[in-house]
Design a protein around this ligand. Structure first.
Ligand SMILES: [Zn+2]
Length: 459
């Protein structure tokens, strides 16, 4: 096992330190650490963040391998500074049984770039009628703790109640895609003046807010944990703020794109053509007032975390007329830069807050063991080195996954992930993703070493 010594990084509290990684742990943090037996990584000018954790990633495998696989999605995650992702259940077959969630987790272990935690479906086949095998998934080797029908809202209030009651028994959480289905039939973009002008069917804010209001009341009634996916409206923020003030166990996420992009992009701005389907996403891009409310809610803690909703699609699914195009954007590789531009450069969040909303809190909500413990002595060796002073025109070459449906291509973005360490080894180094074979071989090695150590400890 090789040790790594990160030399002269800036910690999130602003102090400068060396960080030694060895045998999957951060074994020392301090100045002037001995580099004996270690590979030295120069981190002058770089911020050391705890490895990022995404609570909302679509890896598409099984069944959607033409747009992403567990391996390619894991690679995209590492490129973005992530060391763990939670894989959404809307694969094909749906992750609604122990067999599928164990398969997804095993594919993640084999790829080795990040910890892959499968999310289980709430309902069988995401059909919204019968509960899935929640207990079997929870007790499987994948130990699923987050359940979601993301993409489809659990619209039936009785099914939602039963799901909350079921997960309460083992401390799980229901992550809801809040979209009242009958209020959003045929919806193509945010409902408002612009949707009328463009002649596109509207997706009204109330369709999100009404479900969140119902769900926080149900969560309160049952005494269970609710997590609200991709909050997109100012009104939703108000509902969540009210629920938290009442002590209801609700947490919420916002995506990077809802922190910066607005519906005006659909009409075309600055001479860009309109109806560019890269901006088609669900929930839709909203108005400037919503963006401002979401930023403020992230800053004051009403919204707990940033989650990417990384949603890869093939060119065929996105390069077509607006109504026919698929919803979704890739977001793992750009997340940290977008968060910096939206809320760090504006002074609303400090880097310690970024560590909280992109690592510590998502790890806690998702119960992702071995992540979110900060860059401190004794913590797992999950570290991201980030250069906040870099700047780049975001390009296809910045994408490390299989699909290229990023809304940021051609935009100037601040910052760059320089290195990512997972289980103490680099998955990204000098800004380049380490190759699949090296990462997979190291993953197999560390898993074997870990198992041997566990056997030794058990003797
Ligand atoms: Zn969703």
């Amino acid at each position: 096992m090789t040790a790594h010594l990160i030399r002269g990084a800036q910690l999130v509290d602003g102090t400068r330190a060396d960080i030694r990684l060895e045998a999957r742990r951060i074994t020392a943090v301090g100045s002037g650490l001995d580099a004996a037996g270690a590979t030295v990584v120069d981190a002058d000018g770089l911020i050391a963040l705890p490895g990022l954790v995404d609570l909302h990633t679509h890896l598409r495998e099984p069944g959607g391998e033409e747009s992403e696989t567990v391996r390619t999605g894991s690679r995209a995650a590492a490129a973005g500074g992530f060391t763990a992702v939670n894989a959404m259940a809307n694969s094909n077959p749906v992750a609604d049984t122990a067999g599928v969630v164990e398969q997804v987790q095993a594919l993640g272990d084999d790829a080795g770039y990040v910890t892959v935690r499968p999310i289980g479906a709430v309902s069988q086949g995401l059909q919204g009628t019968h509960l899935s095998e929640i207990g079997a998934m929870a007790t499987s080797r994948a130990r699923v703790r987050v359940f979601s029908d993301d993409g489809s809202c659990v619209a039936d209030p009785l099914l939602m109640r039963r799901a909350l009651e079921y997960v309460k028994g083992f401390g799980g959480v229901i992550a809801q895609h809040a979209q009242e289905p009958r209020l959003t039939i045929g919806a193509q973009m945010n409902e408002g003046r612009l949707s009328s002008e463009l002649g596109l069917a509207g997706w009204p804010a109330v369709a999100e807010e009404a479900i969140i209001a119902r769900d926080v009341l149900l969560a309160d009634h049952v005494g269970a944990r609710l997590h609200v996916c991709h909050v997109s409206t100012a009104g939703s923020v108000e509902v969540i703020r009210w629920a938290k003030s009442r002590g209801i166990h609700v947490t919420a996420e916002v995506t990077p794109h809802h922190l910066v992009l607005t519906e005006d992009l659909i009409a075309g701005v600055d001479g860009a053509p309109g109806y560019d389907a890269r901006y088609k996403v669900n929930p839709p891009l909203r108005a400037r007032e919503d963006v401002e409310a979401l930023r403020a809610a992230l800053a004051d803690g009403t919204i707990d975390i940033v989650a990417t909703d990384h949603a890869p699609h093939t060119a065929e699914a996105k390069c077509c007329e607006w109504p026919a195009a698929a919803n979704g954007m890739v977001g793992l590789e750009s997340a940290l830069s977008v968060v910096q531009s939206a809320v760090v450069d504006s002074g609303q969040l400090a880097w310690s807050d970024v560590a909280r909303v992109l690592s510590e809190a998502p790890a806690r909500i998702g119960q992702v063991d071995g992540h979110g413990h900060g860059v401190v002595e004794g913590a797992p060796a999950e570290v991201t080195l980030y250069d906040p002073n870099a700047s780049r025109d975001f390009a296809v070459t910045d994408l490390a996954g299989q699909s290229q449906n990023s809304p940021y291509l051609g935009m100037r973005l601040p910052g760059r992930v320089v290195a990512t360490f997972h289980h103490g080894y680099p998955t990204v180094l000098d800004g380049a993703v380490v190759d699949d074979e090296t990462v997979a071989a190291r993953a197999a090695e560390t898993v074997a070493a870990h198992a041997a150590a566990a056997r030794e400890a058990a003797r």
